[in-house]
Design a protein around this ligand. Sequence first.
Ligand SMILES: C[S@@+](CC[C@H](N)C(=O)[O-])C[C@H]1O[C@@H](n2cnc3c(N)ncnc32)[C@H](O)[C@@H]1O
Length: 297
Amino acid sequence: MAATMMNIAVEQREISTKAFKNIQALIYKIAGISLSDAKKTLVSGRLNKRLRALQLTDFDDYYDFLLSSENNDTTKNNELQTFVDLLTTNETYFFREQLHFDFLVNNVLPNFINNQPLAIWSAASSSGEEAYTLAMLLAEHLGINSSWRILGTDISATILADARRAIYNEQRVRLVPAHYRHKYLLKGTGSQQGNVAVVPELKKHVHFESFNLIDGAISADKFDVIFCRNVLIYFDHQTKNKVVNRLCRNLKTGGYLISGRSESLHSLAHDLTTVQPSIYQQGLAQGKNNIRTVSHG
Ligand SMILES: C[S@@+](CC[C@H](N)C(=O)[O-])C[C@H]1O[C@@H](n2cnc3c(N)ncnc32)[C@H](O)[C@@H]1O
């Protein structure tokens, strides 16, 4: 036992200050993520397995490998994707921050009850829990066959694969109200015992794509509501500004942008009106930096 533990300890490589600074700069350039110096141990913990897999001696070599992959062949390009996948934090859960869903149900959905098309974007969707929570609410309040659609996007390829699969461990759906669980989640049997799957009738309204919030190509699609929650905290002021203004280009006039509860857009320059903390509306403000609070009945 002692020998095994020693082997594990030997395999963990320390990250040099230079390599860490390079990695900080690279993840900032690719994803806009600002990693503080306090994240050094976390970063080396997450990336150590890549050194072993690629048989590299240290993090300086790993950084060189990443740089050489920036312009080169697809196999190496996958390493950049793996790097991003490992350094992003994907924590999410169904019905997270209920106040946003209450706002949606009480203030937005009543305008779409007569089968008017509704488009919602979950702009850092992680493994899909946010998008499928929205889908359950829309199915419930607008009808499962009405013309609503949900787009989920994320920078992480592995997490998007999970989102598309739409299979979750039963533990992960415990916050889904029982009524929704029975209607919209199928219990797994056999090899899927302990898992649940989102029903196909719900899944068909939800589509996932890869999209980088800092430089992904902006489509002409306009959304009624954009959820961009619990990702802005990883960005510095400048990046937040850029991301919020990019998202606004895809928001309809009168549409809502929703951030995480701990992510205020207050100090940013944008044309949104604050409806409630973390809920913003496009098209009602007087101009940049002129945020006013409106009351919603
Ligand atoms: C903590 S999760 C938030 C998930 C969900 N929105 C929620 O609130 O539960 C943050 C997600 O943002 C994604 N992300 C980080 N940087 C990104 C970027 N530049 N572009 C797109 N997605 C990004 C991560 O991959 C991760 O899945």
